[in-house]
Design a protein around this ligand. Structure first.
Ligand code: ADE
Length: 239
């Protein structure tokens, strides 16, 4: 391990397109692969009196797209934590929002509760384990610094949602649906690393519109907002 890689904050972002406005705003520089021969990429730098590292999931060599999803999220979080040894891990990304919970396109969330909505193990004890619930302390001072709402973020392996999953979101009062946060929260918990997540809404989950159309239409606006929210967070005494 290279001592110069250690950083106060590690920002974990799945997609390169989500990360780029943040990399630009914070003036980070590319530092190669997170791990030799592995697609995840590392950026490093300093901003607002903090050393910062940012990891992305990288590009899948077979399909030439960002390596979205829970499996890569867990592995990248683990590799990042062990290489960077951050005091704080921040999962920053886009999410689906819920009109029934007061959500709208562009809303910023700092969730305090994380779940998996597509892990089903209907056996004694395993049911709770599968749902993987993690709660973290609310940070109202951070929420007010970036104009964020509190909420519950539920993570799964699909961009769309099944009728059963829609019922789950309703039952659990989910405000953010994503494909990484609960995995990253689990990696942070297992390594006793302080964790927060910042999510910006690109699409409304209960809409009948095809999720991909709404996601792509709102992506640039949401990622610009995400970069601004992370920059503002790092200006606070977040550590
Ligand atoms: N990221 C942005 N929108 C999403 C959605 N609807 N589901 C999962 N991840 C997302």
């Amino acid at each position: 391990m290279n001592e110069r890689d250690l950083a106060d904050c590690l920002i974990h972002v799945a997609m390169q397109g989500e990360a780029q406005p943040m990399i630009n705003a914070l003036g980070l520089r590319h530092n190669g692969s997170l791990e030799r021969a592995y697609p995840a990429q590392l950026w490093i730098g300093a901003a607002h009196a903090k050393s910062i590292a940012l990891v992305t999931h990288g590009i899948d060599p077979t399909h030439q797209c960002d390596r979205l999803g829970t499996e890569t999220a867990m592995l990248v979080a683990h590799l990042g934590i062990h290489r960077i040894k951050p005091r704080l891990l921040i999962n920053a990304g886009t999410c689906g929002g819920f009109k029934s919970q007061g959500g709208a396109i562009g809303d910023v969330y700092l969730p305090t509760r994380f779940l998996f909505h597509d892990h089903r193990m209907p056996l004694p004890k395993f049911e709770g384990y599968a749902m993987g619930e993690i709660t973290i302390a609310d940070r109202p001072e951070l929420r007010s610094a970036i104009g964020a709402k509190p909420g519950t973020c539920s993570t799964g392996s699909s961009l769309d949602a099944t009728p059963d999953e829609l019922a789950f979101f309703h039952r659990e009062s989910v405000t953010c649906k994503d494909m990484e946060a609960a995995s990253v929260a689990n990696a942070a918990r297992d390594s006793a690393t302080q964790f927060i997540a910042v999510k910006v809404v690109t699409d409304i989950v209960e809409h009948r519109e095809v999720v991909a159309d709404e996601f792509l239409r709102n992506f640039a606006r949401a990622t610009a907002q995400l970069a601004m929210a992370v920059d503002r967070l790092l200006r606070t005494s977040i550590l």
